[in-house]
Design a protein around this ligand. Structure first.
Ligand code: 6GU
Length: 226
């Protein structure tokens, strides 16, 4: 998979891309991630990317032209199709199923929205999809893009060491993950459920399924309705 990210704050991404799982995935060759400074795609000497809104109003609007030039330049470098995604609060809300779908894409181009807004023509003519990470407003799409990238990359085949670690995690089949315990089995008066140390794997699996269901019903009943 290849992911290209267009942003006016490209330095923000190193905190996530150069650490942990996402870094390992890149080193393993499972994903290639490139960040692009939107200002590199401007033509004027002030490297201007925003302007006042037509019709008046407060704040600045990210202009369509540099974004168009960036998308064109990236598409030229990519072999084959690329899906262009605009990160903005109006987008389709990200969930595990959506992350799974996007993780099947060969190439993604992520545009990080900013300021009070982005020229509507980016939405109309450049973006194939709009993605939001939840119903709250961030100052820019950068954090959302990082959330999206992290959720996708860990789903790529061969990224997580243990194949099973994807099997029973939260949101698989719209259920939350069952409770996990590790050593020591005896700590203070805080016991580990007997069944987990019984060695009976049929019983353990049954217990885990039941716990998943119970805590989903308790904490996220909305998931069971879906
Ligand atoms: Cl993708 N962008 C911004 N600016 N705010 C958000 C968001 C995205 N998703 C949730 N809030």
């Amino acid at each position: 998979m290849r992911i290209d990210i267009i942003s006016i704050f490209p330095k923000m991404f190193s905190a996530v891309l150069d650490e942990s799982m996402v870094k390992r995935a890149q080193l393993k060759g499972k994903v290639k991630i490139f960040t692009h400074d939107l200002r590199d795609y401007t033509l004027d000497k002030h490297r201007k990317v925003d302007d006042r809104p037509f019709g008046g109003g407060s704040g600045m609007v990210l202009q369509v032209e540099p974004i168009f030039r960036a998308v064109q330049a990236i598409k030229k470098k990519i072999k084959g199709k690329a899906k262009v995604i605009l990160l903005c609060p109006q987008g389709k809300r990200l969930n595990q199923a959506y992350a799974k779908k996007l993780s099947g894409c060969r190439n993604l181009i992520l545009i990080c929205g900013h300021y009070e807004g982005i020229d509507e023509r980016v939405r109309q003519y450049l973006a194939d999809e709009e993605v939001s990470i939840g119903d709250y407003v961030l100052t820019g799409g950068e954090l959302a893009a990082m959330v999206l990238v992290d959720s996708l990359v860990r789903l790529l085949p061969g990224v997580l060491g243990d194949k099973n670690s994807l099997n029973f995690e939260s949101f698989e089949g719209n259920l939350l993950e069952y409770p996990q315990y590790s050593r020591p089995a005896k700590f203070k008066n805080w016991p580990v459920p007997e069944v987990l140390v019984s060695g009976d794997h049929r019983k353990i699996n049954a217990w885990r399924k039941l716990q998943s269901f119970k805590r989903t019903r308790l904490k996220r009943p909305d998931l069971l309705k879906q």
